[in-house]
Design a protein around this ligand. Structure first.
Ligand code: IMP
Length: 499
């Protein structure tokens, strides 16, 4: 006879946290959101931690190199999507690792014989008023000078004049040598009252520009997630088919962490992939999933997963439950897998972090997932709304939106994710193509979301995530109390969208 779970499966919206005692030092500024990403032995430190408990989904419409850099600045990790060629994915990883915080490749360049009109045109195109003058007009050509919009006055200067007549020539420039640190560059910027500092190699070729305003931005990101060589940490999604070629290319590009990306991870294919990858590249860190119960977790734990991802059918763009009738409420799945993780830890002394993937709609859902035992959460829709996500921003019915599509939609055609073995490819859709409301910058939104988590943790008397998991008191809510939770019995004056 089939097995029946005794409890119905629940979603995050059916739970609330009940406050615990808040002591005087339990204030948002004292809350640490640091969390482990990969498994570790009792008493030891995990080899990879994050400063905020957020990772971005392995999706074409979410995680490219640009979003990865923006999220690493805030302290989280992006998993660059795997539904692209190995070369393209490795190139994205390499771009994240090659991006030196605060050091930018000059995007506005002219030659000494270019005209002032060329400078004005360039400024209109890039929006940047500091233009490097290189011998061949390329970003890494021999530096001849710098010209800014303050060097000539439109309406007074002849716009056909040569740049060389108006630029600050190399002989009068303060420059930094390739290899200097950001702090050293900043010292020079302050000492010489500069707005920008060109960084050159021994042959006077321009390597980077450091801008005063970017250093300020670097200072604004105290939680940024960097490796030992001060490069941003980045992840990538892999599949159970081409991993023997994809993994070495990603490792070569400098990837820090990978995850098997599959709609259903309780499979022989994941066991084989984890075994083969760890045998060939023992240092590689690989997450696996997705699972929704104890059995699935134990299977992947035994198979060697470095973290385990939870969630089937809860994603905002997901129609798996409708199409195939499989899945489980995300809250119930997280609670059961967290229990299994604790059981495994008690038995083996190995702590395997778990990630709640999909179905986060409100910021408080993140806090609930953490309180239920997740070490971090993976989000797609949330990040898709921001400037940094890879998709188009459009106006639909007078509102700004961004595009967001599932990996199982015909648009993404990520058939490996839904592969159940055999030769057949994706034959029916498990995801939709959609719009999400545009929400501005990743920094502003993540700052706000993390602030809400910190405040709620203080309500629960917790200043760390493990403490929250220990102290949290959760209650299921009735439909009537859900209604009671939003504005009711009043005529609301203005409407606004809360996330
Ligand atoms: P969201 O944060 O609720 O939008 O969910 C994102 C998660 O949905 C991803 O991390 C995947 O686990 C899952 N997902 C991505 N694409 C699809 C799809 O096409 N169908 C079903 N689930 C998907």
């Amino acid at each position: 006879m089939a097995y029946y779970f005794e409890e119905p499966s629940h979603t995050f919206s059916e739970y609330l946290l009940v406050p615990g005692y808040t002591s005087a030092d339990c204030i948002p500024q004292n809350v640490s959101l640091k969390t482990p990403v990969v498994k570790f032995k009792k008493g030891e430190e995990p080899s990879l931690t994050m400063n905020i408990p957020l990772v971005s989904a392995v999706m074409q419409s979410v995680s490219d190199d640009k979003l990865a850099i923006a999220l690493a600045k805030e302290g989280g990790i992006s998993f660059i999507y795997g539904s692209q060629t190995i070369e393209d994915q490795a190139a994205m990883v390499a771009r994240v690792k090659g991006h030196k915080a605060g050091f930018v490749t000059s995007d506005s360049n002219v030659r000494p014989d270019s005209t002032l009109q060329d400078v004005v045109n360039l400024k209109e195109k890039t929006g940047h008023s500091t233009v490097a003058v290189t011998a061949d007009g390329t970003p890494n050509g021999k530096l001849e000078g710098i010209i800014t919009s303050r060097d000539f006055r439109i309406g007074y200067a002849d716009m056909n004049s040569k740049v060389s007549e108006y630029m600050t020539p190399f002989s009068e420039l303060i420059t930094g040598k390739d290899g200097i640190t950001l702090s050293e560059a900043n010292e020079l910027i302050w000492k010489h009252k500069l707005n920008s500092l060109p960084i050159i190699d021994s042959s006077k070729n321009l390597k980077y520009m450091v801008f005063r305003k970017d250093y300020a931005s670097h200072e604004e990101h105290p939680l940024e997630l960097l490796d030992k060589q001060h490069r941003y940490i980045v992840g990538a999604g892999i599949n159970t088919r081409d991993y023997m070629e994809r993994v070495p290319a990603l490792l070569e590009a400098g990837v820090d962490i990978m995850t098997l990306d599959s709609s259903e991870g309780f499979t022989e294919w994941q066991r084989r992939a984890l075994h083969d990858i760890h045998a060939k590249w023992p240092e590689a860190k690989i997450g696996a999933g997705n699972v929704v119960d104890r059995d699935g977790f134990m299977f992947l734990a035994e198979a060697g997963a470095d973290f385990v991802k939870i969630g089937i059918g809860g994603g905002s763009i997901c129609i798996t439950r409708e199409q195939k009738g499989i899945g489980r409420g995300q809250a119930t799945a997280t609670i059961e897998v967290a229990k299994a993780r604790d059981e495994y830890f008690a038995k083996t002394g190995v702590y395997i972090p778990i990630c709640s993937d999909g179905g986060i709609v409100h910021d408080y859902h993140m806090t609930l997932a953490l309180a239920m035992g997740a070490d971090f959460v993976m989000l797609g829709r949330y990040f898709a709304r921001f400037d940094e996500s890879p998709t188009n921003k459009l106006i639909v019915n007078g509102n700004y939106v961004k595009e967001y599509w599932g990996e199982g939609s015909n648009r993404a055609r990520n058939w490996q994710r839904y592969d159940m073995g055999g030769a057949s490819k994706l034959s029916f859709e498990e995801g939709v193509d959609s719009y999400v409301p545009y929400a501005g910058s990743l920094h502003d939104n993540v700052t706000m979301s993390m602030s809400k988590i910190r405040h709620t943790m203080c309500n629960c008397g917790a200043v760390t995530i493990p403490e929250l998991q220990q102290k949290a008191k959760l209650t299921l809510v009735s439909q009537a109390s859900i209604n009671e939770g939003s504005a009711h019995d009043v005529i609301v004056k203005t409407t606004s969208l809360h996330s």
